[in-house]
Design a protein around this ligand. Structure first.
Ligand code: MG
Length: 384
């Protein structure tokens, strides 16, 4: 059982140093609102269970329009200050049952590499708070001309990650007459350790018009689309459960194999690994390894999604075709789509499940086994 992890996205700015029309969280970059890019980056990480957004007064309708159909748990009205907006978000999450871990992120930093989230969440195993930082590259000089030792300084980014109960308590205990530069400062005020992890240049805040121009250029030329395909077959046998597309289906026979033999998920895993050019399911989970005997195949798919995340990739689409005479797939199609989308942390609209028979020809036609084909479309940072 993994720990419930919620992302709180602060998008309550009203002003616009960046020029252009309106608050920068709603400005378009590569055809999508900055806020939508931030939600996509968070939703792509397999550990993040839900996203809550704090917007400014009167911005809820604009936020919904900018997000189109992206799944968010709540869009709440924040406050005049960033601290107040975060507090409102924390109280809402607490009222909705709380969480174990929280990432607090600024919508103005929409290009969030998933590896940064990995580093933050790993650090939370050792401390109640963790923040991404970057070294200071430039020489720093005070207004009086004194050179400041840059090695003593770091640049602090978001998201900042916390044990939920710890940061909620820190916010509730904070003296309201004082402002806080960030949430980590509030946790430290309680005498609590905050770990520093490596940040990423891509996380820099979009502030000025040239930041938007640069982001537009990077996104346009900065991603490449990769397509991977996967194919798998398993034998139908008596006295086996039938697991297909991540769900159990009542049937007179089931698929047999080393794991639960979910041929659909195996094909998707191979499609994902294929798009990454990182081998196949057999090379990552050898059938000779006893630890995978009877394993639930969603674990293989979670692993493949993590490999995508480690490469800062996004799964754009999954298209699955099941090839069998029986059972009928139609009645189970939506449940499969929902389960696959859940495992991969995708909107269900990005998961297609189709089925065909083979006119009773071949092994599938003779009901000896079920075959599955999958195509995975990813976008990855273009490095070459
Ligand atoms: Mg297989």
């Amino acid at each position: 059982m993994t720990e419930k992890t919620v992302a709180l996205l602060v998008a309550a700015g009203q002003g616009s140093r960046a020029g252009g029309d309106g608050p920068k969280q709603f400005r378009l970059v590569a055809g999508q609102a900055v806020l939508a890019h931030a939600v996509d980056a968070l939703a792509a990480h397999p550990a993040i269970d839900s996203i809550v957004i704090a917007v400014g007064a009167g911005q809820q309708a604009a936020a919904r329009a900018a997000l189109v159909d992206r799944p968010v748990a709540a869009i709440i009205e924040g406050a005049d200050s960033r601290r107040g907006s975060v507090r409102a978000g924390l109280e809402r999450i607490a009222a909705d049952g709380g969480a174990a871990r929280i990432l607090i992120h600024d919508a103005a930093r929409p290009f969030l590499p998933l590896a940064v989230i990995d580093r933050l969440l790993n650090a939370l195993d050792q401390a109640p708070g963790a923040i991404p930082t970057l070294p200071v590259a430039d020489t720093l000089v005070s207004h009086s001309g004194e050179v400041i030792d840059r090695n003593a300084l770091v640049r602090v980014q978001t998201p900042q990650a916390f044990r939920f109960d710890a940061i909620l308590a820190a916010h509730r205990l904070w003296d309201d007459s004082r402002e806080a530069t960030d949430d980590a400062q509030m946790l430290k005020a309680q005498g609590t350790t905050v770990m520093l992890v490596a940040g990423d240049e891509r996380l820099e805040k979009l502030t000025y018009p040239q930041d938007f121009a640069r982001a537009e250029a990077q996104l346009g030329a900065g991603r490449s689309i990769r397509v991977g395909m996967g194919y798998d077959v398993h034998r139908l046998a008596e006295k086996e459960e039938l697991w297909l597309g991540g769900i159990q289906i009542p049937h007179d026979r089931g698929l047999s194999g080393h794991s639960d033999a979910d041929v659909a998920l195996h094909a998707i895993v191979d499609a994902l690994l294929g798009a990454l050019a990182e081998g196949d399911i057999g090379s990552h989970f050898p059938p000779t390894d006893p630890q995978w005997r009877g394993a639930a195949s969603f674990r293989f798919m979670e692993y493949a999604a993590e490999r995508v995340a480690k490469r800062d990739g996004l799964i754009e689409h999954i298209d699955l075709t099941l090839i069998c005479e029986a059972p009928k797939i139609g009645p189970h199609r939506d449940a499969m789509r929902a389960r696959i989308a859940e495992i991969l942390h995708l909107p269900v609209e990005r998961v297609s499940v189709k089925a065909t028979t083979t006119e009773r020809l071949g092994f599938a036609g003779r009901r000896e086994g079920i075959a599955a084909q999958a195509v995975a479309t990813l976008s990855l940072p273009a490095l070459f």
